[in-house]
Design a protein around this ligand. Structure first.
Ligand code: PNS
Length: 191
């Protein structure tokens, strides 16, 4: 186990199974892991920071060396204030690499003593992202297996009634009602 605090920063809007997988892996190799949610006033998030903190606290309750926090401003400044030695980030596919490399190198420029460590989530989560989860849920699609049950429930509460569409795979044809006036008219005109 590595000594010292590691920060796992992100938006977590909402937390996914991929995030949780990475937190569990990180918790095994760092003495203490702080999952830090960015307070970003520019984006309009689906979940408030308080909601995201609550979800993450519930999801990581079983991990004794994991703490949930939030931060604003520069991540390196926050990491310094926490006396963190390391930043943890997940890489799912090659497409993540360019952005993550850019961020890691810029963070190194800002704070040369802070190392970034990349970990890969389980391959079954390699296509899962918060953005796609939001998109599927907003369109009323099922997100089971992509997010933990707690998050699925929160999405359902937030997006109901669109979420009620989940599980509707067949469209049942409803017989059209003939208005009474029309029935009477047809009776009259019957030969
Ligand atoms: O989950 P995300 O949205 O990919 O996380 C991105 C995050 C929060 C790690 C990144 O945007 C960040 O660290 N923002 C804080 C501001 C900052 O330090 N920017 C410079 C990073 S190069």
């Amino acid at each position: 186990m590595n000594k010292g605090i590691a920060i796992y920063p992100g938006s977590f809007d909402p937390p996914t199974n991929g995030h949780l997988d990475l937190i569990e892996r990180g918790a095994k190799i760092f003495e203490e892991l702080v999952v830090a949610i960015l307070r970003n006033s520019e984006k309009s998030p689906m979940f408030s920071v308080a909601e995201r903190m609550e979800m993450l606290r519930t999801l990581t309750g079983h991990l004794k060396n994991v703490r949930i926090d939030m931060f604003g401003g520069l991540m390196v400044e926050y990491a310094k204030s926490m006396e963190a030695v390391c930043v943890l980030r997940g890489i799912r596919a090659v497409s993540d690499y360019e952005y993550e490399l850019q961020m890691a190198l810029l963070n190194r420029k800002l704070e040369p003593t802070l190392e970034t460590v990349f970990m890969m989530p389980a391959d079954k989560y390699s296509y899962v992202s918060s953005r796609l989860v939001r998109e599927v849920a907003e369109a009323g699609g099922p997100v089971r297996g992509l997010v933990p049950e707690v998050v699925e429930q929160k999405l359902r509460e937030k997006l109901d009634p669109a979420y009620k569409l989940q599980g509707v795979h067949e469209i049942t044809e409803v017989p059209r009602q003939v208005p009474r006036k029309e029935v009477a008219r047809r009776r009259k005109t019957k030969p």
